[in-house]
Design a protein around this ligand. Structure first.
Ligand code: ATP
Ligand code: AMO
Length: 466
């Protein structure tokens, strides 16, 4: 049969050629009984198609059929390309298809639960339209998520998930080029991997088990198995009990673990180069996608430095203090304080991407290596975009006796992680690594206000479907 041409490839040079395209009937408009227009959309590109009785090869019944198509149906359109004398509004391609044949190959319901035109508008645009007395329905987040398959057809969402794909791609490419290998660790494990309570418990053939809260234990065990440098892209499960804009119950973890020779800075060096490469590459290769996101959710491009700023936790505490915010110097930063520090850092250093390291040991997980010079602190770090955490990382304790002591001190049932601790008894190199929340990277790079926007089918405390 005749090959299909992509809507995005239709160009003026093809004038006169007969083409076959497949796409969605995005908009349908009848003009009297003899003519109808259909805008066909395929992967963000649109083309106007005209069905007219005057063309000769089309019956009045055909015009009627086209005029009665349901929006979002999948159609095949066949006919010659023409170039109109005036520019076409409402379609990306500046050519028209004179329809000779049209088939509906996937019918949509006559009434859709989400009006895609409304769903694609920015808040500012909606406010303006409502003030002008226009009839439209503001599509709220729950409705979007309930009918996610429709929602993700909007240009902004198409952009978000193409950007997300590119983040994973760059992560892989960069690490492979740095001598890392990709691993796949089990998600069904015997005990909690982070020592927290936010764990999904399940029955494993009569034995208690849980869904991995991170690949932490097995990525470290892979280092004990001599892979030197590993990474993983995989699901992470957290039984979060709070409903926030940045926590999911299942998210995608980008995890790294590597031997270190002298200093945990070697791990931060990887973070630095990986993310500068990533941001550069996104800005260069996802221009259209970033624009599509920005049209619906306006944002400023991320400000970042060629060499990522590193501040110690103590320096951060001091900056906050100088700004009149007193916090416990050995405690954790809450969300509000993290945001404030992000602002202060932006004002002082002109960057919205930075590393905060040497955290107090007390606020880090049991496997974190204390600082050699002051055990109240640790060889650990968090990384922030626009004042919100996207990464946690650290050097790990690789001495089994000390690891046991640390786990006990953190209230962990050592029996549940025995095989992990044993891994360090056969000789373990100094090592460290970090974990990135994929959804958070996209959310914060694009200045979005909710992590659900960057999860294809989000899982949160209230939602396990669709
Ligand atoms: P990590 O597990 O590495 O800390 P995270 O980003 O999931 O990563 P949390 O531990 O959940 O971070 O929280 C970090 C900080 O955010 C905490 O110190 C806490 O003060 C604050 N925080 C966590 N959950 C909430 C919440 N529901 N509302 C407000 N603040 C929160
Ligand atoms: P942490 O618990 O900080 O560290 O998780 C790493 C990163 O994962 C993201 N993240 C989340 N994203 C969405 N929803 C959540 N509920 C959620 N919780 C965390 C954040 C966070 O920075 N094993 C360590 C990493 C390491 O040290 O290698 C860990 O899991 O972006």
């Amino acid at each position: 049969g005749e090959p299909y041409t992509e809507v995005g490839a239709l160009a003026e040079e093809m004038k006169g050629n007969s083409v076959l395209v497949r796409g969605r009937a995005q908009a349908i408009r009848a003009v009297g009984k003899k003519m109808a227009f259909v805008v066909v959309r395929e992967r963000g590109f649109t083309v106007q198609c005209i069905v007219t009785e005057q063309e000769g090869s089309v019956s009045r019944q055909m015009v009627k059929f086209v005029a009665s198509l349901n929006r979002e149906s999948i159609i095949d359109v066949h006919g010659p390309l023409t170039v109109p004398s005036s520019p076409i509004k409402g379609a990306s391609q500046q050519v028209e298809i004179q329809v000779h044949k049209l088939y509906c190959v996937g019918k949509a319901l006559p009434t859709l639960p989400i009006n895609l035109e409304d769903a694609a508008r920015s808040e500012a645009d909606i406010d303006k339209a409502l003030q002008a007395g226009e009839q439209l329905v503001r599509v709220n987040q729950d409705t979007r998520l309930n009918f996610r398959v429709l929602d993700i057809r909007t240009p902004a969402n198409q952009g978000i998930f193409r950007i997300q794909s590119q983040v994973g791609n760059i992560f892989r490419q960069f690490l492979l080029s740095e001598g890392f290998i990709e691993i796949h660790t089990p998600k069904l494990i015997a005990g909690s991997s982070e020592g927290g309570s936010a764990v999904f418990k399940l029955d494993y053939k009569g034995r208690p088990a849980c869904l991995a809260q991170s690949p932490q234990l097995h990525k470290q065990m892979s280092i004990c198995g001599d892979f030197g440098r590993v990474f993983e892209v995989g699901p992470v499960f957290r039984a979060e009990d709070s409903y926030t804009h940045r926590h999911l119950c299942e998210f995608t973890g980008l995890d790294v673990e590597m031997e270190i020779k002298k200093h945990y800075f070697e791990v931060m060096d990887i973070v630095d180069r990986l993310f500068v490469t990533m941001f550069d590459s996104l800005n260069a290769s996802c221009k259209k996608e970033l624009e599509a996101v920005g049209r619906q959710y306006p944002f400023e491009p991320l400000k970042y430095l060629r060499k990522t700023l590193r501040l110690t936790f103590q320096e951060g505490v001091q900056m906050l203090k100088d700004a009149g915010i007193e916090i416990d110097p050995l405690g954790d930063l809450n969300t509000e304080v993290e945001r404030k520090l992000g602002q202060l850092v932006l004002e002082k250093y002109g960057t919205e991407f930075y590393i905060l390291h040497r955290y107090p040991l007390a606020v880090r997980p049991f496997y974190t290596m204390p600082c050699y010079d002051d055990p109240a602190y640790s060889n650990s770090f968090d990384v922030f975009i626009r004042g919100e955490e996207i990464i946690s990382g650290a050097q790990r304790v690789h001495v089994p006796e000390f690891l046991t002591k640390r786990a006990e001190a953190c209230g962990i049932d050592v029996k549940t992680i025995e095989t992990y601790i044993d891994s360090f008894r056969y000789g373990a190199p100094p090592h460290g690594g970090f974990g990135v929340g994929l959804e958070r990277v996209i959310m914060l790079f694009c200045g979005l206000n909710n992590i659900r926007k960057t999860s294809l089918f989000p899982r949160d405390p209230l939602r396990i479907s669709p």
